[in-house]
Design a binder for this molecule. Sequence first.
Ligand code: ZN
Length: 255
Amino acid sequence: MAEKYREFVALLKSAHRILAFTGAGISTGSGIPDFRGPDGVWKRRQPVYYHDFMTSEAARVEHWDFKLEGWPAFKAARPNKAHLAIVQLERAGKIEGVVTQNIDGLQTKAGTSPERLVELHGTNLSVECQNCGELSDPELHFAYFQKTRKPPVCHCGGYLKPATISFGQNLRAGHLERAYLAARNADLVLALGSTLSVYPAADIPLVAAREGIPYIIINRGPTEHDHLRECTLRLEGDVAGLLPAAVNAICGTSP
Ligand SMILES: [Zn+2]
């Protein structure tokens, strides 16, 4: 492990245009509810599909009720050392882009520049009108829903929905384009806390790696890219344990 860690630090040091691709494992310890675990919400609820949200008031009530349940935890969640280490890399001029599968908004809270960040699956920190696309703060909408049990509607008449990608809803084309652009420009790709099993998201680090640049995977537990020849270095463990120390070693102390 010590040898691998030294190699990791050396690769980070020589990189200037890093693509950081992050999954749920980076937010462990930040108070994010576990949707898939033994007490996960999917054990009690059926997800609402996008088509149903757009065509059924009952489905909209169910979706808002589900999102209301998770809101206090998402609102209170704070970025951890791993999110901050990515910001530190950006401030050192070493980040090309950060592409996250997470909807917790923690990379935004940590301070990653919006122009460098792609939240592929959307964010719980905004509400989006499904008609005009306007974004707004969730707080007022949750308060309204809690009081009235009516799903909020935009001033344009469109349905408002927390700005996360629902089951059956397409990823935003602009987001994918920006993510692929960052992948093609990168000189190092880091996959952090992702099992790399959800597509098309998991394709993005692979597109970068296939350009022939180093591909480093850090995750606790196996990933679907572990045995690909594109994987240069595989570190087993918690991202918040491994990444900050390496970043400090090359950039100095944390921000
Ligand atoms: Zn609207």
